[in-house]
Ligand binder design. Structure first.
Ligand code: 5AD
Ligand code: SF4
Length: 444
């Protein structure tokens, strides 16, 4: 009987992608996936460090995994516990100090080593916990096995790491410097995914629009070039890219929103704050005015384009007036979706040691006000969709029999009654009702 693995993923889409590549690697080694942790010979936590409590969540999950490890040991079964991702990069030795039963821990740039590490542990070549948090000279992407299709919607990492050093953010420290995968490697992976049934491809990167990979002739190419090449793949119906940095949106990329019919009319472009003073303290390379200009150009290129963003409230030094400017930008852009967070102090980042930290109570109040406004715009947009016909990519079964759930071009969840065979297909749906979080429709 083949050995089983269980992976729990925390955090961003990059982590979801990484987990799927780790799963491919394990399947290649003959392991099988299980969704039940108690049945797993290998339990892996792929962690996130972007905001606080992530590490605490990990340690409580690890405690539970340890109990299962002990229980299984009584039945004569070995359980290997591993930790991957950004918490490892930030906490490394702390993990095995606090949880000595963890067998291995690998940083986000070293997960291609997992198969070898497992081999050593299973064969008792590794007596102690193995920790690997190197920033390697070679790209892990060169060592991973071929990826399997993730279904009709797939992620594809084209860029990793970040050189921006926003003063609140751990990513430049946990994921390291920017790295872009070569064009040919991305295209090979994209073609394989499409051949395996992918209809929608989401090109991923921490700062995806700073992509600068080499083409087949060694020439450096930008994201616009990559998007145009990916768009040529036969059978691909939808393209998205995320996450973009406002100051790196160039005219070439803007033109893609006019020229590429299958580029979806929804863009996640985080502004973080509407106050120029705070943006400066965050070390962002743009003002709110620059951001508005970029959005204006993008919407000129494609008038159907709608925006989403990330926001941080309560960054050190944020006054009521600064916060009011954030609300102002929301009223101008009318985001159709957004993620908003209370500022969270991350050790090792410049903002963590700024003196003018904002009180928790104020952060909480501002977050509630901001989220109310964001939800209003989200609800309004969803309601405007009622009566419209939209192509919907059906991804999963709904709660009721005969119901499937899919995504509109604007990333809204939509429920529709249709035959189960339509899963992983795009069908035309007339939207009949809307709430803040989802739409319902009728197949036409
Ligand atoms: N505190 C709160 N939010 C943060 N983000 C990143 N770092 C922090 C932090 N220290 C948010 C930003 C980013 C998103 C992925 O997470 O809004 O765009
Ligand atoms: Fe973090 Fe800023 Fe880089 Fe985004 S652009 S990953 S927020 S440092």
């Amino acid at each position: 009987m083949s050995k089983k693995y269980f992976i729990k993923t925390y955090g961003c889409q990059m982590n979801v992608y990484d987990s799927s590549r780790i799963a491919d690697m394990l399947k290649n080694q003959g392991y099988e996936e299980t969704l039940c942790q108690k049945d797993a010979d290998i339990v892996l936590f792929n962690t996130c460090h972007i905001r606080e409590k992530a590490a605490e969540k990990l340690f409580s999950d690890l405690g539970r995994a340890h109990l299962i490890q002990l229980e299984r040991a009584e039945q004569g079964k070995q359980t290997i516990i591993g930790v991957a991702g950004c918490v490892v990069q930030a906490e490394d030795e702390q993990i095995v100090k606090r949880a000595p039963y963890v067998n291995f821990a690998v940083g986000p740039l070293m997960y291609h080593k997992i198969a070898g590490i497992l081999h050593d542990i299973e064969n008792k070549n590794a007596k102690e916990s193995v920790i690997n948090t190197e920033f390697p000279a070679d790209s892990k992407f060169d060592f991973l096995p071929e990826n399997k299709s993730q279904g009709a919607c797939s992620f594809l990492a084209v860029q990793e790491g970040c050189n921006n050093f926003c003063t609140y953010c751990v990513v430049p420290y946990t994921r390291g410097a920017e790295y872009s995968r070569p064009v040919a490697q991305v295209l090979t992976e994209a073609r394989r995914l499409v051949a395996g049934g992918t209809l929608e491809l989401n090109l991923l990167g921490q700062n995806v629009n700073s992509y600068h990979g080499e083409d087949e002739n060694g020439k450096e190419r930008n994201l616009a070039y990559l998007l145009r090449r990916v768009a040529e793949i036969d059978g691909l119906k939808r393209i998205r890219y995320t996450t973009s940095y406002p100051a790196d949106v160039d005219d070439d990329l803007i033109a893609c929103h006019k020229d590429i019919a299958i580029l979806m009319p929804y863009l996640h472009l985080p502004i973080q704050s509407g106050s120029d003073r705070i943006l400066k303290a965050m070390n962002r390379r743009h003002t709110s005015g620059d951001y508005l200009k970029v959005v204006e150009k993008l919407q000129k290129a494609n008038p159907d384009l709608r925006m989403s963003s990330d926001f941080i409230v309560g960054f050190p030094g944020e006054t009521d007036d600064d916060f009011a400017k954030t609300l102002e930008i929301v009223n101008k852009i009318k985001y159709i979706q957004a993620f908003s967070f209370k500022y969270s102090r991350r050790a090792g980042t410049p903002a963590a040691v700024m003196e003018n930290q904002v009180e928790e109570k104020v952060k909480k109040e501002r977050l509630a006000v901001l989220q109310d406004l964001l939800f209003d715009y989200q609800t309004k947009f969803n309601q405007e969709c009622v009566g419209k016909v939209m192509p919907v990519l059906l991804e999963q079964k709904g709660r009721h029999k005969g119901q499937l759930i899919g995504r509109t071009p604007y990333m809204q969840n939509l429920h529709v009654e249709t035959k189960d065979d339509n899963i992983n297909k795009i069908i035309e749906v007339k939207v009949t009702s809307a709430t803040t979080n989802s739409l319902s429709g009728k197949e036409i």
